[in-house]
Structure formats: C-alpha cells, structure tokens
Design a protein around this ligand. Structure first.
Ligand code: NAP
Length: 348
C-alpha cells in the first residue's frame, strides 16, 4: 500500500468538510488506488504550523478533532510559511486559507512553494487563479506537478474539469453566470418580503456569507470568480480590480418587490466575452424576466453558461450547495491526481 502524504494549509469549514469525506473514503481509496492517506502537517492562523511526525489518518484526525477540538500527536514547526510548505514531508499541499482579494497572498506563495519543492498543489482559494496565474501554471509544468482548483468556482460542480477534460479542442469564447450565493439569496428573500438587513443576517447565520459581507454585497466575490474563469479559459491575466463591478448594497426591498410584481427578478451576473480581440469581464446587476433561466436560479444555487466555438453554449447548474460540495471539489481533484498517476504508471 502506498502512502500519500498531505499538508493542509487552513483548517476551517472547507478543510473540515474535505477531511470528513477523506475519513469516510479510506477503504475506497485503499481498494481502488492502493493508497493510504496520511496528514503530515496543518497550518492555521491561531494554532500556527504543526507537524505530525508519524502522519495521522483522516479518520483519526477527524474523530479526535470532532471530540476534543484539538489536533493529536503534533509538534510545532519553527519557521515561516514557505519553509513549512517546502520542508513538511508531503506529496500534496491543499491551500484552504481565506481569500485575499487585493494580492492573493499568502495563497499564491503557498502554491508556488509547494510546486517548487516537488509537491502537487490543490487550491480551494481563488487567489492563485486571480494573481499571477500564468506564472504559477508554468511553474507547475516546469516542476512536472499538478496545480488543480476545481472547487474555487461552483464547488465540486464540474466547471474547470468540464472544459479541460470533456471538451477537448473547444475554445471558450465567454461565459455568463450567477455565481454568488449570498447576493442571490438576499435578492430572493427581499422579493418574498424580507428586509435587506434581515436577509443578510440569515445568510451570515447559515454560514454561506463571507465574514466580511462587503465582499459579497459589493460584487468582489463575483469579480474574483469572473477573473478566475477568464484567466484559466481566456488567458486574460486580469485581477478582480480590473473587472467592472456592480453590487447589491444600495438596493432596497421595496424596489425588488415592485419589480417582482411586474414579473421581473434582479440577478447579479458575472460575464465575459471577447471584444476587439481582447477578453473583457464584468459583474452586472440585471433585470431578468421571471420565466428566464437566470430567474430560476433560486437562493444559494448557481448557474454558469459557457460559450464555446465548437460546442456552442453549455450550462452547468448547482442546486442548493452545502459545504460538503466544497469538500467534494477538493476530493475530486485528489482523485484526479491518483487516477492520472495510475494511468501514467508513476509511483511515488
Ligand atoms: N466555504 C465555502 O463555501 C467555499 C467554497 C469554495 C471555496 N472556498 C474557499 O476556500 C478557502 C477556505 O474557506 P473556508 O470557508 O474554509 O474558510 P474558513 O472557515 O475561514 O477557514 C480558513 C482557515 O484558514 C486558516 N488561516 C487563516 N490565515 C491563515 C494563514 N495565513 N496561514 C494558514 N492558515 C490560515 C484559519 O485559521 P483559524 O482556524 O485559526 O482561523 C482557518 O483554519 C477560502 O479561500 C474560500 O474562498 C470556500
């Protein structure tokens, strides 16, 4: 049985959802891929950098943490984040720290340190897609390692994998999507009679609004997703600040309800196209007819239509996601790595 050593950077909602899936999949991974997963390091903001010298299995870590709120059998690492990523004995680094919309750090440096030290990098964090993506992708190719990021947009719903693996030879010409749960949920709640503040509070209590609500309400999260998709598919090399951006902060419930009475819904839409040979993206608040597919994206659901040259328009919908779907996105990237290694006959 081969051991696959994993390093977790961040141990919040996404990391713990991923860990639960790993814990439940130990025997599947052993039977299908002949692999035993161990976690050899975890970094968090409050606990610092911890090494697990003997490696801990996902089930043991999950059960111990669920029961005590503590890590078991770990020792502190005395060094900075780059040293930690480089020196922790690991095959795969999972980047699961919070997004920094102005620089992408520390996630960009984490992913690059992983690749430079011969490790695969799997990111839940959009930072490495929206700052220096082209260079990071080159570093991965130079190192012969994988840099995967399926869960960054629409969680585990196949978006990046769909284009890369299922639409070979197709060029992406643009896209249109409703991709931010919080704003969509608030707009729907207001249409049904809630006030703005009340709807925002519920979104925060349910845990899907960003801790800093302005990231959702002022369209930053949507701009980040637009930039990420443009960089990966359209070689755009844009940052979120370069995306023209509407938000929903100034919208009052009465306006939303008046529109609804006329058969109109509001949707915060991410879109990109090629204009004068150049990819251009924006986040726009649109009035859409009640019967349109955009209005049918309710609450926390998402919808993305990808415009391609050879296959026309293809739409992916994610219905009522929970944090489990974020964990699944990370897990699907891990399985892709294992499958590719098995196909290439590359041992570790
Ligand atoms: N939640 C979702 O639905 C979702 C979906 C797709 C993608 N994502 C992305 O996934 C990432 C994680 O999201 P989350 O919801 O799990 O966030 P979260 O619950 O806030 O967890 C973040 C974790 O990162 C740790 N952390 C913060 N700064 C760090 C640093 N400099 N070095 C190492 N660890 C650090 C935090 O430490 P403490 O525990 O000490 O605070 C915490 O454990 C984000 O980039 C997010 O955008 C999330």
């Amino acid at each position: 049985m081969k051991e696959l050593k994993c390093l977790f950077l961040g141990f919040g909602n996404a990391a713990r959802a991923f860990l639960r899936i790993l814990a439940d999949s130990e025997s599947d991974l052993a039977c299908t891929y002949g692999v035993r997963i161990t976690i050899t390091g975890i970094a968090t903001r409050r606990r610092g950098r911890r090494l697990f010298p003997a490696g801990v299995t996902p089930r043991a870590l999950h059960e111990h943490f669920a029961a005590t709120g503590e890590f078991l059998d770990s020792v502190p690492f005395h060094g900075d984040a780059t040293e930690f990523v480089s020196r922790c004995p690991a095959d795969v680094v999972f980047e699961m720290t919070p997004l920094n919309v102005t620089s992408g750090e520390p996630a960009v440096s984490h992913v690059r340190a992983a690749l430079a030290s011969g490790k695969h990098a799997i990111s839940a964090n959009k930072g490495p897609l929206i700052f220096g993506f082209r260079r990071t992708r080159e570093l991965a190719m130079e190192a012969g390692r994988r840099f995967l990021y399926e869960t960054t947009v629409m969680d585990g719903a196949p978006v990046f994998n769909l284009v890369e693996r299922c639409l070979p030879g197709c060029k992406v010409l643009g896209f249109t999507g409703v991709l931010n749960s919080t704003t969509n949920y608030i707009l729907d709640c207001m249409a049904q009679g809630a006030e703005f503040d009340q709807a925002l509070r519920t979104a925060q209590e349910c845990g899907f609004a960003e801790a800093d609500a302005s990231l959702d309400l002022e369209g930053w999260d949507s701009a980040c997703k637009t930039a990420a998709l443009m960089n990966v598919w359209m070689n755009a090399e844009v940052s979120p600040a370069e995306i023209r951006r509407d938000g929903i902060s100034g919208i009052d419930a009465r306006t939303v309800r008046e529109l609804r009475s006329k058969g109109i819904s509001l949707r915060l839409v991410c879109r990109a196209s090629v204009q004068d040979g150049r990819p251009v993206g924006e986040v726009v608040l649109l009035e859409v007819p009640e019967y349109s597919e955009w209005a049918s994206v309710k609450g926390t659901s998402s919808l993305l239509t990808i415009r391609t040259d050879l296959m026309g328009d293809i739409t992916v919908t994610e219905h009522d996601p929970t944090i489990q779907q974020t964990g699944y996105g990370l897990y699907s990237d891990l399985l892709r790595l294992l499958r590719e290694e098995a196909e290439n006959g590359t041992g570790r």
